[in-house]
Design a protein around this ligand. Structure first.
Ligand code: NAD
Length: 476
C-alpha cells in the first residue's frame, strides 16, 4: 500500500506531466527564466545555504561551500544560458543518394523528455542538486528532487526555497529517508538522475527498470593517481593534497590512492605531507577543514585505518600541529597515509571517501596499468609526469569516466566537458552539450519528397528487375 508521501509524489508527477504536455515544447524564454530563477535562488540565499551545509557537516568552510556549491553552480547556469540556443538547434543529417536531389530531408530535433527525477547525495548537496537541474531546465523539462537525508537541514532549506521560486508543476522537492528515496526511484519519470554510491545506484536502476525509465547514474569508485618517474613530486603532492583534503576527502573524484615508482615513494609521500601541512597547519579549530558528515562515516574510516594497520601497513598521520584528534568530538580526521598496502585491506577494496590515502608502488608503469584494469573502472584517473609517451600509454591502456593530467579533479570543473562514469562508476553524463542531450529526446524527422520514392527504388511490389538492381547496388 502506498503511503501518503508516495501518493503526494505520484500526484505532483501527474500534475507536472500534464502541465508539460500542455506547454510542449516549453518555450526557450521560459526555460531560460527557470534557470535564472535557480541562479537567483542560489545567489540570494548563498549565506543561508552555506550556514546550513556547515551545520549539517558539523563544520564546513563557508568559503569552500561558496566555491563548490554556490558559485560553481551559478556559473554553470550562466554557461547553460549562453549555450542552450545552439544546443537546441535541430541538426541536419544527410539522406542516401539520390534522395537529397529529389527533395527528401532529414534532421534530428532535441526535444524535452518531460519530467526528470533527481536523487542527490550529501557531499555537495546544493551543487549536485542544482547542477543537473540547470541542464534539465535547459532541455525544457520539469523536475522532482529527492535530496539526501544526511544533510537534512540543507534539504529542508532547498525545499522551502524551491517552493518560493518555482511552482510545484515546474519543480518540487521531497525530503525523507531511504524509504522515500526508494519510492521516488519507482516513479514513472521520463528520466532519472541519481548521484550516489554504486550500491544504491544498482537499486535505483532496478527500480527504474520496472517502468523502463532511462537513468543517468553518477556513481563513485576508486580513482587512481599515476605518478610517473618524470613527475615533479613536490608540485604533484601539493595538488593531490588539495584534492584529497577539500571537503575532507568526501568527493566522488577525490584521488583514492597513489601509484608511485618504488624509488620515489618517500619523495611522493613527502610532497603530499608538505602540501597538506602548508594548507592546514592545524585542523581541529581550523574552519577551512571540513568535518566528516556522520559518526557512521567517521567510524568506517577509523576502522579502515585499523584494518590496514592490523594487516601490516605503515600508518603516517599528517598532523603538523600535533593535535589530539582522539579527545575531540568534532568528527575531524587528519590525512592518514597508508604505506605498504595489500589487496586484502579494506582501504584497497572500498571507495575511501575521506582523508585516507593508500600508496602503492610499481617497478614498471605496466604493473599500475594492469592493476587498474583488473579492478572496477574508475570515475576519475590522474597522471602526473612530463613523459608524453608514458602519459599516452596510461591514457590509452586504461578506461575511466574522465581524466585530469598533472592535477586531480579539475576536469569536472570544465563546464564544456561531459562528466560521468563508466561501468561501476556510472552511466550517462551531464555538463557540456552531452548533458543537454542526456535530458533531451533525439527525435528523428524524415520528410519524404513528392515523387514515389518506393516505386522509383524498386521497393514496391510487384518486385522485378528494378528491385534486383537496387539490391545489387546496396550490396556492392
Ligand atoms: P548514497 O548512495 O548512500 O545516497 C544517495 C541518495 O540515494 C540519497 O539521497 C539517498 O536518500 C538515496 N537512497 C538511499 N537508499 C536508496 C534506495 N534504496 N533507492 C533509491 N535511493 C536511495 O550515497 P551518499 O553516501 O549520499 O554519497 C556518497 C557516494 O556518492 C559515493 O560513492 C560517491 O562517490 C558518490 N558520488 C558520486 C558523484 C558523481 O557525480 N559521480 C558525486 C558525489 C558523490
Amino acid at each position: 500500500m502506498a503511503d501518503n508521501k508516495t501518493i503526494e509524489m505520484q500526484d505532483v508527477l501527474r500534475k507536472q506531466h500534464s502541465a508539460h504536455t500542455q506547454m510542449r515544447p516549453e518555450p526557450m524564454e521560459l526555460r531560460k527564466d527557470r534557470i535564472k530563477r535557480a541562479m537567483r535562488l542560489l545567489t540570494e540565499h548563498s549565506e543561508d545555504l552555506c550556514k546550513v551545509m556547515s551545520a549539517d557537516f558539523g563544520n564546513r568552510s563557508p568559503h569552500q561551500s561558496m566555491i563548490t556549491d554556490i558559485a560553481g553552480t551559478v556559473n554553470f547556469g550562466k554557461y547553460c544560458l549562453k549555450k542552450m540556443d545552439g544546443w537546441s538547434k535541430p541538426s541536419k543529417r544527410s539522406v542516401q543518394f539520390p534522395l537529397g536531389l529529389l527533395g527528401a530531408k532529414a534532421e534530428v530535433r532535441y526535444e524535452p523528455k518531460g519530467v526528470v527525477g533527481i536523487l542527490s547525495p550529501w557531499n555537495f548537496p546544493v551543487n549536485l542538486t542544482f547542477g543537473p537541474l540547470m541542464q534539465i531546465f535547459a532541455a525544457g523539462n520539469r523536475a522532482m528532487i529527492k535530496p539526501s537525508e544526511f544533510t537534512e537541514k540543507t534539504s529542508l532549506l532547498m525545499k522551502e526555497l524551491v517552493e518560493e521560486y518555482f511552482t510545484p508543476d515546474e519543480c518540487a522537492v521531497f525530503t525523507g529517508g531511504p524509504e522515500v528515496a526508494a519510492a521516488f526511484s519507482e516513479l514513472p519519470f521520463d528520466h532519472l538522475v541519481f548521484t550516489g554510491s554504486t550500491a544504491t545506484g544498482r537499486k535505483v536502476m532496478e527500480a527504474a527498470s520496472k517502468n523502463l525509465v532511462p537513468v543517468t547514474l553518477e556513481l563513485g569508485g576508486k580513482s587512481p593517481v599515476f605518478m610517473g618517474e618524470s613527475a615533479d613530486f613536490a608540485k604533484a603532492g601539493e595538488r593531490v593534497a588539495l584534492g584529497k583534503m577539500m571537503n575532507a576527502g568526501q568527493i566522488c573524484l577525490a584521488p583514492d590512492y597513489l601509484y608511485v615508482p618504488e624509488s620515489k615513494q618517500d619523495e611522493a609521500i613527502h610532497g603530499v605531507w608538505q602540501g597538506t601541512a602548508n594548507m592546514y597547519p592545524t585542523m581541529l579549530e581550523n574552519e577551512d577543514y571540513a568535518s566528516l558528515v556522520s559518526d557512521r562515516h567517521f567510524d568506517r574510516l577509523q576502522d579502515m585505518v585499523a584494518d590496514a594497520r592490523d594487516k601490516g601497513a605503515e600508518v603516517i598521520e599528517v598532523n603538523p600541529g600535533n593535535e589530539d584528534f582522539g579527545s575531540s568530538n568534532a568528527r575531524k580526521m587528519p590525512l592518514t597515509i597508508l604505506k605498504g598496502v595489500t589487496d586484502d585491506m579494506k582501504a584497497m577494496q572500498e571507495e575511501i571517501f575521506g582523508p585516507v590515502l593508500p600508496v602503492k608502488t610499481y617497478s614498471r608503469i605496466e604493473e599500475a596499468i594492469d592493476y587498474v584494469n583488473e579492478n572496477d573502472r574508475p570515475l576519475g584517473l590522474y597522471y602526473f609526469g612530463e613523459d608524453s609517451d608514458e602519459r599516452q600509454q596510461v591514457l590509452t591502456k586504461t578506461i575511466s569516466g574522465g581524466v585530469t593530467v598533472n592535477d586531480v579533479i579539475f576536469h569536472v570543473s570544465m563546464e564544456d566537458l561531459p562528466f560521468g562514469g563508466v561501468g561501476p562508476s556510472g552511466m550517462g553524463s551531464y555538463h557540456g552539450v552531452e548533458g543537454f542531450r542526456e535530458f533531451s529526446h533525439a527525435r528523428s524527422v524524415y520528410t519524404q519528397p513528392k515523387i514515389d520514392v518506393a516505386k522509383l527504388g524498386g521497393f514496391k511490389p510487384p518486385y522485378g528487375p528494378a528491385t534486383d538492381k537496387a539490391v545489387k547496388t546496396m550490396m556492392k
